[in-house]
Design a protein around this ligand. Structure first.
Ligand code: AVI
Length: 334
């Protein structure tokens, strides 16, 4: 298996390894055609994050209504010494999705002499740049990158990794964007890659009053509306779509049956549009369902973790109990 590790070609000069697991590219066109053929129409939120969508998402994280990012960062600041004690010296930090460099830096700075950092992402270009920045700023750290679809499991077995305790870091409540089956499968994939004593540090947004939740996803400045609309604009840009984005309205609603915020694009008027030669109709008032963001109670998160074979050993929250970080370890019984 070592032949998949490309070693140290010049482009990856500052990385200890770059493992290209050749993730299949998501089929944007097929997924869009499939989603528009359903009733109700739906799109997959993974496609929000083109360059423009990622930049708008960064704006979202700074919005006054979007408490998620600043609350998680404040919890991370507060619990640094506890995390250092739990992880011990020489930890190997693995970050599926390697997203916000601010969060990973907080964790690396808090830990006592971490030995290694491994970023994992489906987008090789983004991943390599992010990992090289970490490598440049943490010269004592072994930094590696794995270009892979982490939703299909983590394959770490063949990597020349330092031997310390492995901590899988999955912040941001990204777990909430998966459907319950997908969240279970994702955590099960993490679980399979872990040895006794390894841990997952995971962020999960909490169930709270619907007004706070809706405001976080329907902000006054309309940034989240731009984020949502960028998805159909991307379809127009990349797939030659003819959707009239100006006749769609952003909507965020709390669905108490599933404990989730739903984002929709609702048609202001009837429209007919084409994507790749296929014609679709949207009736006035009909919606395109673009995202679910599931929220958790301590109990619902614990039962998800337990169902996968984890014990939740620690849960940290802010004072207002808006957001939680959880420390999971493989259950001795599993
Ligand atoms: C990335 N994810 C955790 C965000 C969330 O809160 O569900 C995505 C997002 N969608 C709208 N605002 C933020």
């Amino acid at each position: 298996m070592h032949d998949r590790i490309t070693g140290r070609p010049s482009a990856h000069a500052t990385l200890a390894f770059y493992d290209d697991q050749h993730p299949p590219a998501g089929d944007f066109l097929a997924d869009v055609l499939d989603g528009f053929s359903r009733t109700p129409k739906q799109l997959t939120p993974v496609y929000f994050y083109d360059a423009k969508g990622s930049a708008i998402f960064d704006e979202i994280t700074a919005l006054p209504e979007y408490y998620v990012t600043r609350t998680e960062l404040a919890i991370l600041d507060r619990i640094g010494p506890e995390l250092a004690a739990l992880a011990g010296p020489g930890a190997v930090v693995i970050e599926p999705g390697s997203g916000s460099s601010v969060k990973i830096r907080k964790l690396l700075n808090a830990l006592s002499e971490p030995a290694a950092y491994v970023g994992l992402d489906i987008s090789g270009e983004h991943l390599e740049a992010a990992c090289q920045e970490i490598a440049a700023d943490y010269p004592a750290l072994q930094v590696g990158a794995i270009c892979a679809d982490f939703t299909q499991g983590l394959d770490l077995s063949h990597l020349p990794l330092e031997s310390g305790r492995r901590i899988i870091f999955f912040p941001g409540s990204t777990i909430g964007n998966f459907e319950p089956n997908g969240a279970h499968a994702l955590l099960a994939g993490f679980r399979r890659a872990m040895r006794p004593g390894d841990a997952v540090l995971i962020g999960a947004d909490r169930v709270k009053d619907p007004a706070t939740l809706v405001a976080a996803y329907a902000d006054a400045q309309g940034v989240t509306a731009r984020f949502n609309l960028n998805l159909v604009e991307r379809i127009n840009r990349e797939l030659g779509g003819t959707i009239d984005a100006g006749a769609l309205s952003h909507e965020a609603v709390w669905n108490p049956d599933f404990n989730r915020i739903e984002m929709h694009l609702r048609a202001d008027a009837d429209q007919q549009f084409d994507v790749a030669g296929r014609t679709f109709q949207l009736r006035e008032g009909e919606s395109i369902h673009t995202e679910n963001s599931h929220k958790f109670t301590p109990d619902s998160f614990t039962s998800l973790a337990k169902s996968v074979g984890f014990d939740v050993l620690h849960t940290w929250s802010d004072e207002a109990e808006l957001f939680s970080l959880h420390w999971l370890e493989p259950s001795a019984k599993a």
